[in-house]
Write a protein that binds this ligand. Structure first.
Ligand code: ADP
Ligand code: MG
Length: 625
């Protein structure tokens, strides 16, 4: 047996970095600007505790593209490094100066906003550069250092001249990465990753129009001057305290985040915690359409104002991925896999916190301005319903702000709904039955008929409502939801005494087979019912259960196999026409009446199509001519 140490040949590490360290080569710029930002954060911190003497001014960062010489320069006015520090922080791979700094100043540097973590970011430069130079002047009294490395493990480190404090990184761009020599490409990257970083980042210049002097002539042209182009907003709204911000500030920040978005957000939620984890951010409720998939991946995740990703899956509960906005947390690990994120305790806590904040906001909006909340209801209901379905914590709170709109334009809370139908809508088992429609046009006739009976009809038309109803029924005691065109309506115990049937039992026994004989080819089960004479002669209903299972299946309910179409044909024994069907002597006429009544019922359920529709039209014309 032999013990030993696997010898990792350092020669091989650069190709590995190049290939695998980051899947996205473009992040090299984010990493180098993060280091530059850290260098300035450190300088500011050291100055604030007196370790750096004198004025430090307003240090910033500059990015320059030198296309002719195939170089990119990243220049900062931060702490800089002595040659000992270069040896320690750069030559020792995977040694993070950022972590060391935080460790050393742990009592007071916690909030200094240091980004670095793993001591690998710098080497991402080799994903795009064949040679990298560091020219750096420390804030301490020490000669400037010049480090050069061509991607092999050999480097040179020598003294050099540099007047200004800070560091310049020079990337000699490799032949396979020349896309990064395009100014437009770099601008795009800066805009994506660095738009909200805390220190000014200069990239190129821009023309600024000067105001005209007061005594200018009418046809005078305004003068322009060339100024530095600062690409970032160093104090984005989420880093400020809510008390500093007005409604308009939130809106203009929204426009800054989504310049191509022309619709205003409905409202926002400012997130701000520092214990037990650190998190700030602003979430916006946009108008949410009924299409669930179109609107994901709009929330941006930042770490200390550096853009990380717009895939927040796992950090934000799924139902909230339909929102927009920004989340910033130093506690969310930057470069780790999604599966790790999902099992990470801090991440789970963050997700719970966000859920709670959203629930609290909704409930306070409802309490403070019910009318305004009701007006927004149709644009936010999908998120709320989805949240109730998927997050138990949210579901528990939702009774305070979930609304049940009626076809009459009222918006009821659950308890208001209960009170409203308590005395009128119970079935034989004593269950409260909430009637609802999913489409006021298609179900018009059923809605009218239910309203005429004094019932309240809700309007529940979200794509996932069947799932939610199912959950509510399982959770609340003795209630059921039933669609107006379903089979439940006729089973309700009516408040006024039941309608008396005009047909005797003997007549009914004769009637049923007559009808069944005509419709034998159809899959309807016939049921005689003494309804109001103003109702249609025949009414088609579908069992609530069947229809709902079908709907749930369509929106991911899990059950396999197609459900059969099943309908009940209610025959209104009190209708004049039904009396005629019974009395008529000629079989032909009876058949025609039955067929016509059935087609009318099918028409009202949107079931009359094709050949059957043609036959119906022809028969109708024959009847009236
Ligand atoms: P990390 O940022 O995770 O610590 P990096 O590989 O990005 O790891 O950088 C390694 C270290 O090199 C940094 O922690 C820092 O001490 C030093 N460093 C890198 N870039 C700069 C810079 N622009 N100014 C000063 N120090 C720097
Ligand atoms: Mg770094």
């Amino acid at each position: 047996m032999a013990n030993g140490k696997i010898n990792v040949a350092v020669e091989n590490i650069f190709p590995l970095i190049k290939k695998f360290l980051y899947s996205d080569h473009e992040i090299f710029l984010r990493e180098l600007i993060s280091n530059a930002t850290d260098a300035i954060s450190k300088l500011k911190h050291l100055s604030s505790i007196g370790e750096v003497k004198g004025e430090i001014g307003d240090p910033g960062i500059e990015v320059k593209v030198d296309k002719d010489n195939k170089k990119i320069h990243i220049i900062d006015q931060g702490v800089g490094m002595t040659s000992e520090e270069v040896n320690k922080y750069i030559n020792e791979l995977a040694f993070s100066g950022a972590e060391e700094f935080l460790e050393k100043y742990k009592d007071n540097a916690k909030d200094s906003g240091i980004i670095g973590h793993f001591g690998l970011g710098f080497y991402s430069a080799f994903m795009v550069a064949k040679k990298v130079e560091i020219i750096t002047q420390s804030h301490q009294e020490a000669p400037a250092a010049h480090w050069t490395c061509d991607g092999s493990p050999e480097f040179t480190l020598e003294e050099t001249e540099k007047k200004e404090r800070g560091t310049e990184i020079v990337l000699h761009i490799a032949d396979d990465s020349t896309e990064f020599l395009e100014e437009a490409r770099i601008r795009e990257l800066l805009n994506k990753y660095n738009k909200f970083m805390p220190f000014p980042i200069k990239f190129g210049t821009r023309e600024e129009t000067l105001p005209l002097p007061k005594d200018a002539k009418e046809d005078a042209k305004p003068e322009t001057q060339t100024v530095d182009h600062i690409i970032n907003n160093t104090h984005p709204a989420w880093t400020k305290s809510p008390s500093e911000l007005k409604e308009e500030d939130y809106k203009s920040f929204y426009r800054e985040l989504y310049p191509m978005q022309f619709e205003e957000p409905l409202f926002n939620i400012h997130l701000n915690v520092d214990y037990p984890f650190n998190l700030t951010g602003i979430l916006y409720f946009p108008k949410i359409k009924n299409d669930l998939n179109l609107q994901k991946d709009k929330i941006q995740l930042y770490q200390n104002q550096v853009f990380v990703t717009d895939n927040v899956e796992g950090i934000v509960p799924e139902f909230l991925t339909m929102l927009r906005g920004v989340i910033d947390s130093p506690d969310i690990p930057l470069n780790v896999s999604r599966s790790y994120l999902q099992s990470d305790g801090a991440v789970k806590k963050i997700s719970n916190y966000i859920t709670r904040k959203v629930a609290d906001k909704l409930s306070s909006l409802f309490k403070k301005d019910r009318k305004g909340y009701e007006e927004k209801w149709n644009d936010i209901k999908v998120v709320i319903e989805y949240g109730m379905l998927t997050e138990d914590k949210f579901y528990e709170k939702a009774d305070q702000f979930m609304l049940y709109p009626t076809t009459e334009g009222e918006y009821l809370t659950y308890s208001e709904l209960e009170t409203a139908v308590k005395n009128t809508q119970t079935d034989k088992d004593g269950k409260l039955v909430f009637l609802y429609a999913s489409n006021v046009e298609d179900q018009h006739q059923y809605i009218e008929s239910a309203k005429n009976k004094g019932y309240k009809v809700l309007l529940l038309d979200s794509p996932i409502i069947a799932h939610l109803i199912q959950k509510l029924e399982g959770d609340k005691d003795k209630i059921a939801f039933a669609r107006v065109d379903g089979d439940a309506v006729e089973k309700l115990i009516k408040k006024d005494e039941a309608v008396v049937s005009k047909l005797s039992d003997e007549e009914k026994e004769r009637l049923k087979p007559l009808i069944e004989a005509v419709i034998s080819g159809e899959k309807y089960s016939v049921q005689l019912e003494a309804m109001d004479s103003a109702e249609l002669p025949f009414v088609l209903t579908q069992p609530e259960f069947m229809r709902r299972m079908k709907e749930m299946q369509q929106t991911g309910g899990g059950m396999m196999g197609a459900f059969p179409e099943m309908y009940t044909l209610l025959v209104n024994t009190n209708h004049e026409l039904v009396g005629q069907i019974l009395q008529t002597k000629t079989a032909n006429k009876r058949e025609r009446l039955i067929q016509q009544a059935l087609d009318l019922a099918r028409l009202s359920q949107n079931l009359l199509k094709g050949e059957a529709l043609t036959a119906f039209l022809k028969r109708s014309v024959d009847l009236i001519k």
